[in-house]
Design a protein around this ligand. Sequence first.
Ligand SMILES: *[C@@H]1O[C@H](CO)[C@@H](O)[C@H](O)[C@H]1NC(C)=O
Ligand SMILES: *[C@@H]1O[C@H](CO)[C@@H](O)[C@H](O)[C@H]1NC(C)=O
Length: 192
Amino acid sequence: MGDLNPNSSFNSNLGVVSSILIFVFGLFFFSVVLLHADTGSPNVITTTVCPRTRNSSLCRTVLKPAGKSDALLKVANYTLTLAHTTAVEGLRHAQRLAAAATNPLLKQRYSECSRRFDFVAKSLEEAKAALVKGGYIPLSHATGATVVEADKCVKNFKKPPREPSKLPEKAKKIGDICDIAVSVSNILAEDY
Ligand SMILES: *[C@@H]1O[C@H](CO)[C@@H](O)[C@H](O)[C@H]1NC(C)=O
Ligand SMILES: *[C@@H]1O[C@H](CO)[C@@H](O)[C@H](O)[C@H]1NC(C)=O
């Protein structure tokens, strides 16, 4: 019965054509959506910033909250803010230890660490000011010395007496996070 209906072959052709159209539009739609998803993903962190740091697993962990923004400038701001907060915490910790220490050698090392963390915190403040102005070369100069300063605090405690408060571990972490700031700054300075 259907074969005798002159409209049936037209209808089935229309069905095939519309299926093809739906398929093609579907492909188009998916490629647009996927491309957008790709450029919007936190690739700048995992593909550009973290592989250039000395502790890339720490880098990916601490930058996770910044991951929703793909803009390098936002990642830079987030990283500098985090590094500054961590350095200031370290500074206060070292100052408290220096004030409380009875062992003169430890007291001296704590004071030295607090001076180094103070330098790190001030450098990161300069770095943030440079970032706001778009001065990426001064930005990378400001972050450049921070890692070495934090690492010098770690080295302070290589010799006895044993340090009981985990300040060297904190200093190591400050250095690791400052190293992320260096990585982001250098990428910005290169693109400049
Ligand atoms: C990276 O940082 C984490 C957390 O601070 C630490 O446990 C780990 O030992 C570090 N890895 C390296 C290679 O420094
Ligand atoms: C920089 O990052 C901090 C911490 O995430 C945020 O509070 C601040 O608003 C940001 N500043 C700019 C200019 O984006």
